[in-house]
Design a protein around this ligand. Structure first.
Ligand code: KMH
Ligand code: ZN
Length: 308
């Protein structure tokens, strides 16, 4: 089997500060957490930005600039910028980081879904920042918009800037959307898929759902024409990570998608979650890829070709 690529998604836009005191919020905290995750074994860091004063998910290029320049100064980790952004950002706001920073990788969401966080309202007794309660409430009526028009824009942006997409697949229809884009010549094989499992509004994080997605991808693209990784949101993360490690897939961990190191115990850092993935890989005799090994496996343009 190929070496295991661990991606650390260090802050995201779905976890809110009141859920865990360990979530990095300021650009400096986000960068430092990414650097630490890389030192622990992550080859890729998936980056969102937040407003430094209160942690509200941000699309401000200056917040991104501060994060990516600091990471690059201290680490050779692959930087993957989100184009998914956060609730209430327009697609234009979400995607402008690609032409601006020309990163090695960016996320590319393969379909529109309901994306709700409202069940967390029941569990949070006290909110740290004013925006958080409304953010969770708003998510009940939120459609995460990723239309064919949006795909066309992102296909062009990724192609023009030599940025490899982390193709986020939340449900089986998203594989068919990708198949269409490939047939239209807008995306070419081999591709890198990220199965995102357990969002309220899309596929669940059960073992049979992962097998179904994997088999469908094999049929549509051919097993040798794509690499894949999995994110199990919340409780699904450990079982799906173990499956991916054993099936030749890769894993994404981090406080963006899962705040627990084990049932009921908050992870104290992204690095702690990465170390757990490294241990799991060791238990199954799967070696972990360095950033440069991951660059070769994913055929990336290289860290000297970014615009920051
Ligand atoms: N946190 C994931 C469920 C993106 O950044 O493009 C969604 C995500 C989207 O990672
Ligand atoms: Zn993300």
């Amino acid at each position: 089997m190929e070496k295991l690529i661990i991606t650390a998604a260090v802050t995201g836009a779905v976890t809110i500060p009141s859920q865990t005191p360990y979530l990095p919020l300021t650009p400096r905290e986000i960068a430092d957490s990414a650097i630490e995750a890389a030192e622990a074994g992550a080859a890729i860091v998936h980056i969102h930005a937040r407003r430094p004063e209160d942690g509200l998910p941000s699309s401000d290029p200056e917040h991104f600039r501060e994060i990516v320049t600091r990471i690059k100064e201290h680490s050779d980790v692959i930087i993957c910028l989100t184009t998914g952004g956060g609730i209430s950002m327009t697609v234009e706001e979400r995607a402008r980081v690609v032409p601006l920073f020309k990163p090695e990788m960016c996320s590319f969401n393969l379909g529109s879904i309901n994306f709700s966080l409202h069940p967390a309202l029941k569990r949070i007794k006290k909110f740290r920042f004013e925006w958080e309660k409304g953010y969770l409430e708003m998510s009940k009526d939120f459609v995460f918009k990723n239309t064919f028009k949006d795909f066309e824009y992102l296909c062009q942006a990724t192609r023009e800037n030599g940025t490899k997409p982390e193709l986020e697949v939340y449900d089986v229809g998203h594989l068919y959307n990708l198949d269409f884009l490939i047939r239209e010549g807008l995306i070419s094989l081999p591709v890198h898929l990220q199965f995102v499992m357990g969002v309220l509004g899309a596929i669940r994080g059960t073992p049979e759902d992962l097998l179904y997605l994997k088999n469908k991808a094999d049929k549509l693209f051919g097993p040798d024409n794509y690499t894949w990784s999995v994110i199990g949101i919340g409780a699904a993360h450990l079982s799906l990570s173990s499956m991916a490690i054993n099936m030749g897939g890769h894993v994404r961990v981090g406080l963006e998608d899962n705040i627990y190191i084990k049932r009921g115990v908050l992870a104290k850092s992204n690095a702690e979650l990465v170390r757990k993935a490294v241990e799991l890989a060791g238990a199954f005799n799967r070696e972990v890829a360095t950033a440069d090994e991951a660059r070769r496996m994913l055929n990336l343009k290289g860290k000297d070709k970014v615009n920051f």
